[in-house]
Write a protein that binds this ligand. Sequence first.
Ligand SMILES: [Zn+2]
Length: 232
Amino acid sequence: MLLQTLREEVLDANLELVRRGLVLYTFGNVSGISRADGVIVIKPSGVPYDEMRPEHLVLTDLVGKVVEGTLRPSSDLPTHLVLYEAMPDIGGVAHTHSDYATAWAQARRPVPCFGTTHADSFPGPVPVTDSLSDDEVAGEYEKNTGHAIVRALQDNKGAYSSGILVANHGPFTWGPDALAAAQNAAVLESIARMAYLTLAIDETAKPIGKSLHDKHFLRKHGVNAYYGQKRD
Ligand SMILES: [Zn+2]
């Protein structure tokens, strides 16, 4: 069996979504990439998490052709492929329909940053993509979802982000490896929930100031930013 270690890492990252209460049934998926091998390891489609074993994970090449595995890969694989190509330094991608992050995505509202928990992980509001057009939905839907994410990141002036909301759908997150991507999904859910609660307490609450935001974000990510890290 190829890439045993990466298979185990990606399995553990998928189970992290379960441990953090981010997924129901077979929802959600995490992948990891070995760029040296040109291989992506991703959750199989439709296999319950509690039955998933390393050998169930599916290995594909960088255009999504299965190189090892008898099960079908997650149907969101094409979205993952676009993200790996657009962000050459990321090593893992996660997708959930966690409640609060998805609620913001459904409202098509960026998650405002009200405090340092958010500022520690994101350089600004968590962006939301544009809605996909009817043609994009009818065509290569999952691939077009990836392109919508990349466009939204570019529109966001290239500010580093470890996740995004896909309009009317839910969050995608990423990181240096599969587990980091899953952990960022948990962080995004947490800050989405906190932002919701903040507005429930005070609907006129104002976002955190730029100096405090930058202080928290840059001390954790100032050197290691990996997506369009230039900040002006
Ligand atoms: Zn989804």
